[in-house]
Each structure stands twice: as C-alpha cells, then as structure tokens.
Design a protein around this ligand. Structure first.
Ligand SMILES: Cc1ncc(COP(=O)(O)O)c(C=O)c1O
Length: 427
C-alpha cells in the first residue's frame, strides 16, 4: 500500500485476513485448546522458540493473535499479547520486570483496583510499590531508588479528569534507565498513543473501551520496542540464559519485541491467565468501531460535563475537557480529540443526594464498570468505597458527595434530560 493506513483502517484490518482454510471474512473463533504439529521437527522448533506457531491456547491462539496484532498496530508498538483481564496483564508485566525485594513507582491517581493490586497483593510476591505524592515528573523521580524497576501511570487517570505529563515522566524514566508503563485504558489509542510520548510498555483493560460493549473481560500488553534491556543486568528475565530454551537470552534473540516474548513464554506459560478465544473475538469486533465510538463518547461527555458544570445542585465537575479544569492544557496536548468519557462530579446534597440521584435515573445503569456503549453511574461512597471511613473515602477521591459517570454513545440530549429529571427530584 502506498499510503500509511489511518487509525480507522487499522482498527478494521490490522492483523486479519480472510481465513486461509475456509475463506471466512471475519476472524473465526478458534475454540481449540491445542494445535496439531506438522511433524516431529516442527514440534521441536515450536517448543524451542525457533519457530512461531501455535502449541496450546494458554500461550498462543490464532484468534487472539489477530487481537494482539491489531492493538500493537493501533498503539504503534512492536508486538502485543493479550491476557484474561487488565489486572492479569499488569501481573504479567511485573512478573517479567521484578525480582523479590524490587520496587516500582506508581501514580496515586489510579484505578482503585490497581491500587489494591499494587499495594496489597504484589506485597506477597515481595514487589513493593512506592507512590508518587503528586503528578509532576519530580514527584516520580523523588521515589526512585536503586531497586526501582519501573514507573507506572495511567495516561488519563480513572476516574477521569487527570491527564498525566507522559513526556516529562518518560524523561525521568530514561534518565534512570527504567521502563515507563502507561495504562491507556481510559484514553485508548484513539485519543492518545503513549509510545509516541516516550512510554516503553502500554497496558490496557480491553474489558473497557476496546471491547466497548460491556460483554467481555480482557487485557493487553503492548511492547513499545524502545527499551534497551541489555544495557545492564537489572532485568535478569530478559538478559540471563533460559535453561528451558537451550540457554537462549531473550533480549539477544528477540530484540525489540523481547519484552512481549518474555511475558508470553514465561508469564502466560507459568502464571496462566490466558484470554478465551471467544472474548478475543468479541474484543476484535469491538475495536472495529473504536474510533467512531470514542469520538461519540467524548462529544457526549463534553456536553454532559458542561450541563453539570452549570447546574445549581452540583458543587464541582472534574473533567479535563472543561476550559477551567486544571488538566485542560495537558488534555489539549496529549489527547486533543477529547477528554474521554469517564469523570466525576460532586453534589451539594452530599451522600443522600448521591444515592437519590443514582436511584432516580432511568437511562443510566447503576453499576461498577465503565467504557460501555451504555451510560453508567456509580456513587462510590455507598458501593465500591463503602468499607472506608469518610476521611479515607475523601483521600481516595470518593467522598460522600462524589458521583462517577461513564458516558455512553446514546443521544446526548436524552442523557441530559435523564440527568435533569433525576436532579429535579433531589431535595
Ligand atoms: C484504568 C484501569 N486499568 C485497569 C483495570 C483493570 O482491568 P480489568 O477489570 O479488565 O481487570 C481497570 C478496570 O476498571 C481500569 O479502569
């Protein structure tokens, strides 16, 4: 092709071709656990990592491979691998980077589940998170020690409103020779491609906007191909000979996609959180309309944020698309097409107003998810954060007055009318 294909063309075509066996135009769901070898030599070369091919769906699968190639193309990486969920993808990344006793630095403004995973469960692997106290590059640099093996941020932080200075933080990571991992779940590659801004590894919960329809769990890791693993001996999984693969050194053999290989042939192989081919199929289908959906999500969210910003029962709105928002400048720089679909706002009526609002709505669904075609709403203080006391809730950005919404792709006027009738009922 003479031209470089654009985003929407890649979203529909990257990684896929008519099925060579049947001519099927849509990628089939290869719901097969294992794959027959051509002969004994072929089997040996697959097991020895001398040839690429399918052995067993825990490690590779032809349906999943299309999803992987497509997201790698959209993010501008060298390779990708899918996992059972976003959290599984995060686990695979850290498994490839961290040794017992190691540390990584993470932003405090993260999805609550990631805060739990990093702060609680990773401790039992003897992997330790150090939280950056603010959002500036200097805040991240201040937490780096000789044991630091990665920096982790979200490009557009859940629950919205916060846009990170990816370039600035990438500079700190480069200076200390540490990979920068960016969770791009909320922005998706349609709004922001973190590798172009200096990220080395991108991770996404495909459960959200990539799949986009609230029907399939999945996660994805994209190798930016940018990090020099061989520069020192701090990443032994990539630089030490692997006895099970005839003493192969992964970074020497696989070069700029060695990280993705390590996550697959060690992480997926031994930890096992593979995505099901059916879910991979659903997410591939979702990605075909990613550009259309994301633009509509953002346009609708902008209108709803402006409506709420002017409402006399609303105390504050945290949405980077609003010109007065403290993150508006960063949003204009890193994601000029829109500020995403998820954001939070505060109700003057506090806790009671929060639970009344979610009860009064008719189009919005009251549940704990985001990135669906449907508009979703949650009052964290009475649900996801109810076990915390009020001070802890406030520290987590989930005070009694806070409501979080994920704006869908319905008609914006209907969403505003629904919010308006629900607001009118508040005392
Ligand atoms: C920003 C972000 N990262 C990671 C995850 C975890 O993804 P999953 O639920 O697919 O494990 C989520 C889930 O909400 C998320 O919002």
């Amino acid at each position: 092709m003479a031209r470089e294909p654009g985003f929407d063309t890649l979203a529909i075509h990257a990684g896929a071709q008519p099925d060579p066996a049947t001519g099927a135009r849509i990628t089939p769901i290869y719901q097969s656990t294992a794959f027959v070898f051509d002969d004994v030599d072929h089997a040996a070369s697959l097991f020895g990592l001398q040839a690429f091919g399918n052995i067993y769906t825990r490690i590779t699968n032809p349906t999943t491979a299309v999803l992987e190639e497509r997201v790698a193309a959209l993010e501008g990486g060298t390779a990708a691998l899918a996992a059972a969920s976003g959290h599984a993808a995060q686990l695979l990344i850290m498994h490839a980077l961290m040794q017992p006793g190691d540390e990584f630095v993470a932003a405090r403004k993260l999805y609550g589940g990631s805060i739990n995973q990093f702060g609680q469960s990773f401790k039992s692997f003897d992997w330790h998170v150090k939280w950056a106290e603010g959002q500036t590059p200097a805040d991240f640099e201040a937490q780096i020690t000789a044991k630091t093996k990665a920096i982790f941020i979200e490009s557009l932080a859940n629950p919205g409103g916060v846009v990170m200075d990816i370039n600035g933080i990438a500079e700190v990571a480069r200076k200390h020779h540490i990979p920068l991992i960016v969770d791009n779940t909320m922005a998706t590659p349609y709004l922001c491609r973190p590798i172009e801004h200096g990220a080395d590894i991108v991770v996404e919960s495909a459960t959200k906007f990539l799949g986009g329809h609230g029907n399939s769990m999945g996660g994805i890791i994209v190798d930016g191909g940018t990090f020099d693993w061989g520069k020192d001996d701090r990443f032994p999984i990539l630089t030490e000979p692997r006895p099970e693969y005839a003493d192969m050194v992964l970074y020497e053999t696989f070069g700029n996609f060695a990280f993705a290989i390590a996550c697959r042939v060690l992480g997926l192989r031994d930890l096992g959180p593979a995505i099901s081919p059916f879910n991979a199929f659903q997410i591939i289908t979702g990605i075909e309309t990613l550009g259309l959906r994301m633009q509509r999500h953002c346009d609708n969210a902008q209108k709803v944020a402006e409506y709420l910003d002017g409402h006399d029962k609303v105390d504050w709105v945290s949405y980077a698309g609003l010109p007065n928002d403290p993150h508006h400048k960063l949003q204009q720089h890193y994601m000029p097409k829109g500020a995403g679909s998820v954001f939070s706002f505060g109700l003057k009526g506090g806790y009671q107003a929060g639970i009344d609002l979610v009860s009064n709505l008719e189009i919005f669904s009251h549940l704990a998810n985001l990135g669906d075609t449907r508009s979703l709403i949650i009052h964290p203080a009475s649900t996801t954060h109810r076990q915390l006391d009020v001070e802890q809730q406030k520290a987590a950005g989930a005070g009694p007055d806070v409501v979080r919404i994920s704006i869908g792709i319905e008609d914006a006027d209907d969403l505003i009318a629904d919010l308006d009738q629900a607001m009118k009922q508040l005392k």
